[in-house]
Structure formats: C-alpha cells, structure tokens
Design a protein around this ligand. Sequence first.
Ligand code: ADP
Ligand code: ZN
Length: 602
Amino acid sequence: MAAIGMHSAQEVLRQVFGYDSFRPPQGQVIDTVLAGKDCFVLMPTGGGKSLCFQIPALLLPGTALVVSPLISLMKDQVDALVANGVAAAYYNSSMSDLDGREVLAKLQAGQLSLLYVSPERAVMPDFISRFAKGVSMVAIDEAHCVSQWGHDFRPEYVQLGNLKDRLPDVPFIALTATADNQTREDILLRLNLRDPEVFVSGFDRPNIRYMVVDKSHPLTQTEKFILERPEDSGIVYCTSRKRTEQVAEALRRHGIAAQPYHAGMPNDERQKVQERFQKDEVRVVVATVAFGMGIDKPNVRFVIHYDLPKNVEGYYQETGRAGRDGLPSEAMLLFGAGDIVTVRSLIEQSPNQRQKAIELKKLQSMIDMAEALTCRRRYLLSYFGEKIEHDCGNCDVCLSPPESYDATEDAKLAMMAVYAVRQRYGMAHVIELLRGAATARMSQTGHDRLAEYGSGKHLNGDDWSSIIRQLVNLGYLWQDAANYSVLKLTPLTKPILREGVHLSLARPRVKVKTERPSRRRAATKVGDLDIDETLLAALKSLRRKLADELMVPSYVVFGDVTLQQMAATKPKTREDLMEVSGVGQVKLDRYGALFLAEIAKY
Ligand code: ADP
Ligand code: ZN
C-alpha cells in the first residue's frame, strides 16, 4: 500500500473514495480485518459492503483476493476502483489468455492491491500455491452462494471451504446481504472461518418505498408506472424468459428503451444489455430473477415485480437493487392470486421433499407479506429478525391505510354472479355481468338477460376486481387455475349466502398512491439542500461526455449524490470540491477543473 502513502482507514476513506465518515459498522469491520481476524459481515444491499474489504486491501501489504460470483460485477467494481486510482484487476474465464497472463504477471510483481477472481479460479490448486505468498487477505462476496439454504446456491462456491486451510495466515472476510438465520449459520460452517467476528447492520432501506398493488392489468400497470417516471431507470422482474421478451417489446412500443435479460440469451447479448443499462442507454431491463445478480447500478430508481417472487429473501434482495445511492426509490409488487398457484405448482415439481417443504414455507411468508394490512417494512424487517418502533410512513399501507368494511352484501353479489354463470367463467366475465357492461360477450352468452346483470353497478371494475381477489385469497371463491381460471364456489360460500354469516374485507383502495417520492427529500446528506436543477442538468451532461470518452458508465465518473451536492453547494475551489461526498484525490485531479469550470459558468 506504500504506493499511496496513507496510513489510516480514515485517510483512505477521504483521499481515495472522497467520503468523510464511515457508515456503521464499516469502521469496526476494517479494524478487525486489519488486526488479522476473520469477519462475517451482514449488510443490506447498498449498505456499503465493498469498502469493508477495499480499504483494508489498500492498507495491508500484498494483494487482496476478492471472490465474486459474477463476471460482470467484477468488471464494474474494478472500473470504479481504477477510476479512484486504485490498482485493481480481475481474473476470470471471460478474458483472453493474453490478458490473463498480464494480470498474473502484475499479481506476481506485487503491483495489485486487489484482484477480483471467480470462485473456480480461486480454488485452482496451482493458482493458490503460486500466489499464496503475496495474498494479504481474502474477501468472499455474496457469501450466501455457498449455502443450499440460501436462495442462490452456486456449486462453485462449495470448494471455497478449503481456501482457509490453504491460506491459514491471512484474514478472511465473508459478506452477504442475505439475512435469515439458517443461511447465516450454514455460511459460517461451510467457509471454515476461524472464530469470526460477526457484524450485522440494520437491514432497513429507508429510501425504498415498498408498494403492493393488485395485479389487474399488469402490462398497463407497468407501462403507466414507467411512463410516469420518464427520467428514471429501473428493473422489471418476471418469472419466465418469454414474458421478459413480451414485456420489453410492449414497453418499447410505448417509446421506453427497454430490453430483456435472461439466461436463455447468448452471453454477449446479455452482456451488451447490461453494459447499455449501466450507461443509461437502456432505461429499463426486463429480467428473470435468476440473472438479477448481474445487474448492479447505483441509480436504479425502481424495481417492479411483475410476477410473485418465490420467497421474501429473493424479493428483498431484488428490491434492494433500487436506490443503492441512497436516493428515494420505489419497489412495486404486482400481486395476484393466480400467481400463487403458478409458483406453488413450480415448487411442487421438486423431487426433494425436504427442499419442497422449505420452499413452500418460504412462499407462504411471501404471500403473507403481500397480503399484510400492516406496514410492509415492519413485516419485512421482522422477517429478518429486526424490530422497528414505528410504522415507516414510506410504504403503500402507511401512505394509504386500508380500511375494512362489512362486505357481506358485495360478497353475496359476487357469489351470486359466479353461480348465475354456472361457475364456468373467469373474473373478467363475472365483473362485466356485475357491472352490466354492454359488451358483445354479454349479449352472445345471453348473460345480459340474467337477473344479476348490472347488480353491482354501484362499484367500478377495479373495486370488483379487488373484492373478488380478496374472496379468492380468503377461500370464499376458488379460481381454478388449471381450467382457464374459472371462478367457482367453495364450501365457505354457503354460510355467507344462506346463513347470515357476515364478512369483512379491506375496502378497495380507489387508487394506491404511486406518486414518485420527492427527489429533494433524499435520505442522504444532500438532505434538504436546494439543488439547482439547471446546474444539475449541465453537470450531468458533462459527466455523460466524460463517461462516453472513457467508455465507462456515468456513475464511475461521479454518482448522482455527488452531482446533486455539487449543484446544491456550488463549490468554487478545489478545497470546496474535495468536501463533496464521492470526490477523492484522484477524481479531483482528473475531473476537478472541468466541473469547477462548469459550475463557475453560473
Ligand atoms: P453493497 O456492496 O453493500 O451493496 P456498496 O459497497 O456498493 O454496497 O455501496 C453502496 C453505495 O454506498 C456506493 O455508491 C458507495 O460508494 C456508497 N458508500 C459506501 N460507503 C460509504 C460511506 N462511508 N460514505 C458515503 N457513501 C458510501
Ligand atoms: Zn410502512
């Protein structure tokens, strides 16, 4: 590290990364690694795990090995480090032999502070035996991949358990954002860490607004949401490859720069989508969850779940990809009863009984979260073993609390309508009947002559859809997924229809507020500073120009938080600029003059 001539973690934080204070527990983790002890770090996505190993890597003599499961993530992290003047490189199967040899030569010569390496390469016997001497520490990122209890098990990770024996004298640090207890314990066991210090930071992501919306017209709902946020980039998660393509195409028809991203696409195509997303050329990526880990971008402003995630861990990790930079961001889950059946039947196909039982239980927790009528954040955090004192004020339930009402009469109308069409039609048809819609379908079936035709005119279609969904969720009606999702009566129907049993439901919400949270109320230091929007736009275009010249994503030059602070505080001197979060020594030297000149124009 003598290369940069800095001696304390605090100095590196300021000079190299341009930040002025550690977030808990970064400082303690760094001290522990520097003292030579193993660490296990649990922090939510965006919490700042990377600095926990990047800073000790710069302070310890030798090279830190960073094991990371995804080639694309390695490249991004290395680009960002190099932009800050750090000697970092990666070594994986994506590179040519020549490039590989060049990296190894640098490693041998002790010229690298950090080397990112794929798990396969890290465990190759000759790799370790050749380089063991120069290794200062080992960081294992996304450590949950080693556990079958986790939701993203990767067989290549299993052998990492042997690494500790081969490098017994250097500190190991394992990091993950996955929080459930079983997985935690399994990770410690499998990685063979020596009596590690465990650091758990709060899992809350206060800048993310959680929203669960009735899935009625998913495509329209998704389009509308995205069109209302013309500046923002985001991810839409779907469960099937085909759907990612369909949704991306539909979005493009609305002029939204959207691309699909899934395992079935050729490697180079996937990589291109990802690079263009990082560079903001693609605004929306429509992805399958399986490949979500490859998407990493600090200014993802929204994550939409088009389909129901299989478990809360996955949901939390996927939504966590929004707002890494700490600015207000949104997560919208489209929740429909039909999806429950689909996911359940997928899980049922597993031949492994034990696994199946675990997965079904996890699915139930996911459903409970979507159906919860209490603060979503409370539910999520308590799932991960954390309590919060107050409702969050930043989820759909807090922003527009559901009221319950005596829905007996409405439920009866819905049930009678289902009965009147002889339990042979789906929800859309039943709603048309209730609303007395003058459609061809009503006249062709002769249902416009039924006594029930128009019996539910007092409510609109969305209200009925919400009521019928609740009835299905609660078991008062059954949606036969195997048979065109036809609505049927259940044993619970009769007590309501004939025996005077009362039923209370959540009052259909006229419209869940999905207004964009205010950009000004940032959860970061930008705080309530007054951002000069014209200046901000000018700084962004300067950033874009520089990023294009360097062929890197724009955040590698400066993140949004940094530009917002510049646009608010309007620094005049190099010293002022250095005070801005995210401006380190190297970036100050490289870009400082250009940004100061741009600001001086105002
Ligand atoms: P994780 O790996 O935990 O998902 P990252 O390490 O990518 O999170 O950090 C998320 C964001 O927070 C990055 O933009 C990073 O630069 C920023 N960050 C991390 N630590 C600090 C800090 N101490 N002060 C200011 N920003 C920080
Ligand atoms: Zn809440």
